[in-house]
Design a protein around this ligand. Sequence first.
Ligand SMILES: C[S@@+](CC[C@H](N)C(=O)[O-])C[C@H]1O[C@@H](n2cnc3c(N)ncnc32)[C@H](O)[C@@H]1O
Length: 267
Amino acid sequence: MNKIDIKAVVQEKYGLAALRSAHGASSCCDPITSNLYDQEQRRQVPEAALLASLGCGNPTALADLQPGETVLDLGSGGGIDVLLSARRVGPTGKAYGLDMTDEMLALANENQRQAGAANVEFLKGEIESIPLPDHSVDVILSNCVINLSADKDRVLQEAFRVLKPGGRFAVADVVTRGEMLPEIRSSMGLWVRCLAGALDENEYAAKLQASGFEEIHIEATRIYRVEEARSFLSGQGLDIDAIALQVDGKFMGAFIRALKPRIVAHD
Ligand SMILES: C[S@@+](CC[C@H](N)C(=O)[O-])C[C@H]1O[C@@H](n2cnc3c(N)ncnc32)[C@H](O)[C@@H]1O
């Protein structure tokens, strides 16, 4: 799998997912993507944004967003976390979504229109090369996207670059705990399902630190047991019974927090 292959396959899969959502089909429900938002949050966004939700956590619920802040959601998909953030940061704040897939951007723009959110902007681009200036964002959000990137170091360096000093990284992602079977790691089908590209939790923390972040915390929000793994690993030619012990409790939905230091020696 090379980086270009991965990006093209990811784009194709999520382009199709966006088209399905645009026709009223739900993107959810597997053990990773289901039941992420509470009733109050569900009321705050158009139904189509909820149907298009493909995250693995709820970063806006955990991120402590404040009025007037600028938020950037990496891989914003149908826009649910951008629209929720826009309400939290209010009219004096701004919520950006960044996505590389045209069909997702079209869906997100339609959802913004339906929500009547004026302080929202969806940008086309790649999370490995964020189209925003240095020190322009208070909070980086992302929901189940960084695992999809073939160049995670670059994504974290870009997140660091665009954050203001003291800015927060508040991301939901799939991470692994311990060694993962090579047949899972090498499966393109499982990469686009947000599994094969997931970083080990310690490696994630090390990469954040190497990018300059501090106060790094990774907390499991959902730990997937073998019965759940059975549903999301299916259809890839794996004998789940034979590998049950190696997958049980090894994949997690996690909330990953870190800070950009207020004083950065070499930025
Ligand atoms: C699993 S979906 C998550 C969407 C959204 N965050 C949510 O919670 O519903 C992944 C999204 O990330 C986008 N994406 C994946 N890799 C990307 C990259 N390298 N640059 C920009 N967008 C990317 C896809 O187009 C897709 O919309």
